[in-house]
Design a protein around this ligand. Structure first.
Ligand SMILES: *Cc1c(COP(=O)(O)O)cnc(C)c1O
Length: 356
């Protein structure tokens, strides 16, 4: 059955808070726009979607999400070009991944009309919140939670889908120091690592806190069985540059299939960079480091696009990467090329951007 988004109910706030909003001083993900989209799932189907003022939601204390963690989300961005048109970057990738996550968490999938057209309708209501100019974007957070009450360990029959929006500025967080995981894991074979599930994040917080207490910003996750293969950096996919080759692990049950990761590979190859998608061992980067061949490590994800890593700790030893001038950094070159496409400041050879 086709979902009809044209029934959507729109209930606008009386007064926008945009006039008192400081777009210059933005902490990532801290403030939200005037409206949100919500849609309930019950009796085996998605109900009528609604756009309403951003506000708290009421749930039963026994709602399954609080007890069993049935919760998934997505992260994407909208950009405004110099003609005031609003663009999304590869939104179908996020839609498909959302449904994969839903299936893995025993949640209902969404019709495309609800996810994509619902988002476009919400963005049209919030047009003013998308700012022009390189580095400005509106971060989009679609999520779904299990709302049915009952402390019984079985999947919910009722769910809430919601989209909230947060103005973002590209921030240069500086390079980060990381610790390579020798004991903890964020995901295991057969688990939910390939889903964008809330539980993957709660599993990461404690080991990340320990790394921070030891003076590092983030953890590079290794495979749970042997802790010898390098898999992800914090909540980002990870690339290693040995000489002139960029290496990243193949996606798997333990590694999230990031849109930024696959876009960097495709765009980078188009621009003449060399990539290898294969397992990469901790031992390999240490040997490359010792020969002076390990040039760069960086994380890739929607929020920061690319995050440079300045050094890593492993086995009690700290390895500081060479100091490359910015213009020699593949991480920064690729970040610049991708963000220009996203901001409609460069040709889009793969037709990744979608006008709303
Ligand atoms: C979201 C996420 C990424 C990055 O995915 P993008 O689609 O590029 O934003 C990478 N790793 C993990 C664990 C994630 O949750």
């Amino acid at each position: 059955m086709k979902y009809d988004i044209s029934n959507i109910k729109i209930n606008k706030c009386q007064k926008s808070k945009i006039d008192t909003f400081d777009f210059e001083d933005l902490k990532f993900g801290a403030k939200f726009t005037d409206h949100m989209l919500i849609c309930n799932y019950k009796d085996g189907q998605w109900q009528t979607a609604e756009i309403l003022p951003y506000s708290p939601i009421q749930l039963e204390p026994s709602a399954r999400v609080f007890h069993y963690g049935q919760a998934i989300f997505e992260g994407m961005k909208a950009y405004k070009d110099s003609n005031d048109d609003i663009w999304l970057f590869r939104p179908e990738e996020n839609y498909e991944r959302f449904n994969k996550s839903a299936t893995r968490l025993a949640m209902p999938t969404l019709p495309k009309e609800l996810f994509i057209d619902g988002l476009k309708t919400l963005l049209n209501v919030e047009r003013e919140w998308v700012r022009k100019g390189m580095g400005n974007s509106l971060y989009i957070r679609p999520f779904m939670i299990a709302t049915e009450g009952g402390v019984v360990a079985s999947p919910s029959n009722e769910f809430l889908f919601c989209i909230i929006l947060s103005p973002a500025k590209s921030y240069y967080s500086g390079k980060v120091k990381v610790q390579i995981a020798e004991h903890f894991s964020r995901a295991a074979n057969g688990g939910i690592g390939a889903a964008k599930a809330a539980g993957n994040y709660s599993a990461q917080f404690y080991p990340t806190q320990l790394a921070q207490q030891a003076g590092y910003n983030q953890v590079i996750w290794t495979d749970s069985a042997t802790h010898t293969k390098l898999e992800e950096a914090g909540t980002m996919n990870v690339f290693f540059r040995i000489n002139d080759t960029l290496i990243t692990a193949p996606t798997s049950e333990r590694i999230l299939d990031g849109v930024t990761r696959k876009s960097l590979i495709k765009l980078g190859e188009h621009l003449g960079y060399k990539f290898e998608v294969r397992h990469i061992l901790v031992q390999e980067i240490i040997e490359a480091f010792e020969k002076g061949e390990l040039k760069e490590i960086f994380g890739a994800g929607t929020a920061a696009v690319v995050n440079q890593i300045e050094g890593f700790e492993y086995g009690g030893k700290y390895y500081e990467l060479p100091h490359l001038d910015d213009e020699k950094s593949y991480a920064l070159q690729l970040k610049d090329a991708l963000t220009k496409i996203q901001n409609k400041l460069a040709d889009d050879p793969f037709e990744w951007t979608v006008k709303i």
